[in-house]
Design a protein around this ligand. Structure first.
Ligand SMILES: *Cc1c(COP(=O)(O)O)cnc(C)c1O
Length: 373
């Protein structure tokens, strides 16, 4: 948004928390290069300021999902290496080379396209090869490993600078799949060497792996959710690892109403005042990511106290039951983060919404200004 926001609703991001988290993670895997994953607008936190804070705290690489996201960082003047985690779609090569991004390549056609353009421009462009060892998503599947490596050995416009895979269940302490994937990755590395390729970096670990399997850090770690101080899963929590939630979701009371017991409110009249008391309206709704799954289950902070979010959430407004305490227009209301002694974690919302922390911050609405403090 260009003009200053009139609505008090905003996403506040504590860049000190980001720096703290990067420092904590680096100490956990001191021999690995830290790559800060800032895809999806830094999981909803604002890609450019987060990227700068992470680099300040010692991250050396950034990773994004889209070429467009890499271009946005370059346009802001960030010159750190940027890994694109998905292989480029046909036609993307010119923009990858123009922005100086490091693409992942997982198939021969994608590598061929990059190689031809790089040679045409007399470049040698660094790429990372992505291998599927059990995630089943975007890496090269095992039956194409050898073809990919044979082709890569002939790509003279490209340098295979990195080789990586991605773990499907790194956040679950008691599954055998992580060890199985690491065994398959060792097989990949053997084939890479046999093909005559000498990548400088090999990498596997996401946040959960950094926290649970630091021995699998290899040369570089790709830390996403943990740099925001969020938990990869209920088994691997931010709290247990001294990570600090960077996000606060804040608004202010926009109207206060005194109601009598039994007064119904909002669409469908699914809620009625349990007693005579005060209802506050807050100018934030499901268009901002305060989804209907939260109503009558989540609490918000007003005056340092937890208050229930009541009635059906609407697109632009929600209701808070304040009981005997009269709210005043402009009083700060915190939906996520701390106020006074109280704190609402993203994990708490994830549990209510039956989802993961990642989905909560990624679905905070675009129209909420991101304010970096
Ligand atoms: C998103 C992503 C990451 C970061 O994962 P976190 O769990 O957020 O740390 C790492 N690697 C790949 C390939 C990803 O897609």
């Amino acid at each position: 948004m260009t003009a200053e926001a009139l609505r008090p609703s905003r996403v506040e991001v504590d860049l000190d928390a980001i720096r703290h988290n990067v420092t904590v993670l680096r100490a956990r895997v001191p021999d690995a290069i830290m790559c800060a994953v800032v895809k999806a607008d830094a999981y909803g936190h604002g890609a450019v300021p987060v990227a700068r804070a992470a680099l300040d705290a010692g991250a050396e690489w950034l990773a994004v999902a889209l070429v467009e996201e890499g271009e946005q960082l370059r346009a802001a003047g960030i010159d750190a290496p940027i890994l694109v985690l998905y292989e480029p779609l046909p036609g993307a090569a010119p923009r990858i080379l123009a922005a100086g991004l490091t693409p992942t390549v997982a198939s021969v056609p994608a590598g061929d396209e990059l190689d031809q353009l790089a040679r045409h421009m007399s470049l040698r462009t660094a790429i990372h090869l992505g291998f599927d060892t059990g995630m089943g998503r975007s890496g090269a599947p095992p039956d194409r490993w050898d073809d990919l490596l044979a082709a890569a050995a002939g790509w003279h416009g490209l340098i295979v600078d990195g080789v990586w895979t991605h773990l499907a269940r790194a956040d679950e302490p008691d599954v055998s799949t992580t060890a199985e994937q690491l065994t398959r990755f060792a097989d990949v590395l053997g084939r890479v060497t046999a093909a005559g390729l000498t990548p400088r970096t090999t990498h596997v670990a996401n946040s959960a792996a950094i926290l649970l399997h630091p021995g699998a850090a290899f040369d570089l770690v790709r830390a996403g959710v943990s740099i925001y101080g969020l938990s990869p899963s209920p088994d691997v929590t931010a709290e247990d690892h001294n990570l600090r939630q960077a996000v606060r979701l804040v608004t202010g009371v926009s109207m206060a109403k005194r109601v009598v017991a039994g007064t119904p409110a909002s669409y469908g009249h699914s809620w009625e005042a349990p007693a005579d008391g005060w209802v506050a309206t807050i100018p934030i709704g499901y268009a901002d990511g305060v989804l209907r799954a939260l109503q009558n289950r989540a609490t918000v902070l007003v005056g340092g106290q937890r208050r229930p979010l009541v009635g059906n959430a609407t697109m632009d407004g929600c209701l808070v039951w304040c009981g005997d305490d009269e709210p005043h227009i402009g009083d700060e209301v915190v939906l996520l983060g701390s106020q006074g002694e109280e704190f609402i974690s993203v994990d708490e919302w994830a549990a209510i919404r039956d989802t993961i922390s990642y989905e909560i911050t990624c679905t905070l609405g675009q129209r909420l200004p991101r304010v970096h403090v």
